[in-house]
Design a protein around this ligand. Structure first.
Ligand SMILES: [Zn+2]
Length: 255
C-alpha cells in the first residue's frame, strides 16, 4: 500500500494528479548519540514568524488522548511542486480545511478526521514560518510511526524536483534551534520523516534530505551554531547528480 504524504494527498485532491505518491526511499533510522548541549545561548523566536492567529487558523478541537510532550523535531517537505505564483497562506488554509473534511472526501484508511494541520510549523520559500498545530498535540501522518513526541516542521515544495531556497533553509534552521532550546532537546532530536518512517517515504526530498546525513550532519551543525549564539553560516551544496537544479523561487507553472 502506498502512503501519500498529507500535503501530496491534498494536491491530489486539488489538482486531480495521482502520480505524487512515489515512495521509494530506503533509509535507516538515525542512531547518532545525543550531542552535548553545553554552551547554549538564549535563542529568540525566529524572524518572519506568523502566528496561527495572524494567518487565520481555524482548527477543530483535538482529543485529549492526542496530547504529547515534544521530544523530536522531524523535518518534511510538502511533496508538491511549488510554483512561484502560489500563496502560502492559501496553501495552508486549504490544507487545514481539507484535513477536517477527510471523512467526507477520502476512502479508508485515509478518511480519518484531522482536526488541525498535520504539522506544527510550515516554512514558505520566502522564509516565513507559519505556526500550525499546537505543540501540545501529536501530529498526523499517512505513514506508520509512533507520532507521539514528534514536532512536525514542513517546508513547502518538492525537493525531489526543486531546490529549497536559502531563506527557507535558514528559517528552518533558526526554527529548529529555537524549538530545541525551548524544549531542552539535544541535537540528536533532529530527524526527518524518511528516517523515522524508514522505507515508507522519500520525504523530505533528496535535495533537502542530504543535509541530515553524515556525522555531523550539516543541518545539525547549523542548528548548533545558532544554539551557541553564532550565525548559522549555512552553505547549501551544489546540485546532486541527477537531482533538481532549479530553486523553488524560480519554478513557474509548466504549460
Ligand atoms: Zn513528510
Amino acid at each position: 500500500m502506498k502512503h501519500l504524504h498529507p500535503t501530496a494527498a491534498l494536491a491530489g485532491l486539488l489538482l486531480a494528479i495521482s502520480s505524487l505518491s512515489t515512495l521509494n526511499a530506503t533509509v535507516a533510522y538515525a542512531t547518532e548519540p545525543a550531542a552535548a548541549s553545553e554552551a547554549r545561548a538564549a535563542v529568540a523566536r525566529p524572524p518572519k514568524f506568523v502566528t496561527a492567529a495572524e494567518w487565520g487558523s481555524d482548527p477543530a478541537p483535538i482529543a485529549d488522548d492526542r496530547r504529547h510532550t515534544p521530544t523530536y523535531v522531524t523535518l518534511h517537505h510538502a511533496g508538491v511542486l511549488w510554483t512561484k505564483d502560489r500563496d502560502p497562506v492559501a496553501f495552508i488554509r486549504n490544507m487545514q480545511s481539507w484535513g477536517k473534511r477527510r471523512p467526507q472526501i477520502e476512502q479508508p484508511p485515509r478518511n480519518t478526521f484531522w482536526p488541525d494541520l498535520p504539522y506544527h510549523f510550515l516554512v514558505a520559500p520566502d522564509g516565513r514560518i507559519f505556526e500550525g498545530r499546537s505543540l501540545d498535540y501529536e501530529p498526523e501522518s499517512n505513514t506508520k510511526y509512533d507520532l507521539a513526541g514528534h514536532v512536525g516542521v514542513e517546508l513547502m515544495g518538492n525537493f525531489e524536483e526543486q531546490r529549497p531556497s536559502p531563506a527557507q533553509v535558514e528559517s528552518a534552521v533558526r526554527l529548529v534551534a529555537w524549538l530545541l532550546a525551548e524544549h531542552e532537546l539535544p541535537l540528536s532530536a533532529i530527524s526527518t520523516h524518511g528516517k523515522v518512517a524508514g522505507g515508507q517515504t522519500s520525504c523530505p526530498g533528496r535535495d533537502f534530505a542530504r543535509y541530515f546525513d553524515g556525522e555531523p550532519a550539516p543541518f545539525a551543525t547549523w542548528v548548533d551554531r545558532v544554539l551557541r549564539g553564532e550565525e548559522p553560516a549555512i552553505e547549501l551544496g551544489a546540485p546532486l547528480d541527477g537531482g533538481p537544479t532549479e530553486s523553488i523561487t524560480e519554478t513557474t507553472k509548466k504549460p
